[in-house]
Design a protein around this ligand. Structure first.
Ligand code: MN
Length: 282
């Protein structure tokens, strides 16, 4: 594990007492259009220094939560299968020890390792997936471990009936057809997501948030921006609803800070992580 130079805002040093940990997953070897997601964890941590630990929205403070920043898994240079395996091994070990992880990407491929580790540890979560893209390809650019085939792999791990996809507004015809056949896609309407979350109460949930689900007018620093999309204030409504769920793992992926010279995407992502931590940590 590579220790972070700048730990995420308000994370505690007393790691043994924390159930939740932040883990950086700096990986972008399968990025298909614009590389740069491997710099996401570092820039998100740096940006966290510029925001408050107190949320004016839910009126809770990160200072009151127990979590720590475990640093980065050293996977940046690995081929995809090896990166997925090392992430999976780490999640397996931590889950067996009763720990829960919020992963910071890195491209979306990292989520395969995260959920694989949970499943191998005996936790079979339902997956809640927010993204501009389906990521349902069988394989992409020559491999089955790709950020364009993540959800296809997750459906194999937990069952397609346990996957919910929201916010998608780009994909091949075959991906739309598969999503409709397996019933995973619930559209882009906020109310449909809020009621779907309500139906997930009582189950273990893995929440995976591809930042390109947001409108690139608000968050341009992603590898594959897609016009339209989620607004920050609507995300706050989603976060408020997530407080009702038993989230056993989560990730925030695809921040690619080099594509936003203003730096606002990293700050945006840091606030998303703050609101997420405040929603899911008990
Ligand atoms: Mn995406």
């Amino acid at each position: 594990m590579l220790k972070p130079t700048f730990p995420f805002l308000a994370s505690k040093a007393d790691s043994a007492a924390c159930i939740w940990q932040l883990v950086g997953l700096p990986y972008d070897q399968t990025s298909s259009y614009r590389r740069g997601a491997q710099f996401g964890p570092e820039q998100l941590r740096l940006a966290s220094d510029s925001i408050e630990s107190f949320s004016p929205y839910c009126r809770k403070d990160l200072e009151d939560l127990r979590f720590f920043d475990a640093g980065d898994l050293p996977i940046a240079q690995h081929p995809p299968q090896q990166a997925v395996q090392e992430i999976s091994d780490y999640y397996l070990e931590q889950t067996k020890a009763g720990k829960r992880i919020l992963g910071i990407g890195g491209e979306h491929t990292v989520t395969i390792g995260a959920v694989q580790g949970l499943v191998q540890a005996g936790v079979k979560p339902s997956v809640l997936h927010l993204d501009a893209h389906f990521d349902l390809r069988q394989e992409y650019t020559g491999g089955i471990y790709s950020h364009a085939s993540v959800i296809r792999r997750l459906a194999e791990l937990v069952g397609a009936e346990n996957v919910i996809q929201w916010g998608i507004r780009s994909g091949e015809r075959s991906e739309f057809e598969l999503a409709e056949t397996q019933g995973s896609y619930i559209g882009c309407d906020l109310d449909s997501l809020l009621s779907a979350i309500d139906r997930l109460r009582g189950k273990p949930i893995y929440f995976t948030l591809d930042l390109d689900v947001f409108d690139p007018a608000e968050l341009p620093g992603v590898g594959n921006p897609e016009p339209g999309g989620l607004k920050f204030f609507d995300f706050l409504k989603i976060a408020a609803q997530l407080t009702r769920l038993d989230v056993v793992g989560a990730d925030v992926v695809e921040l690619s800070p080099i594509w936003d010279t203003t730096g606002r995407s990293s700050i945006f992502a840091a606030e998303v992580v703050r609101e997420l931590l405040l929603a899911i940590i008990r």
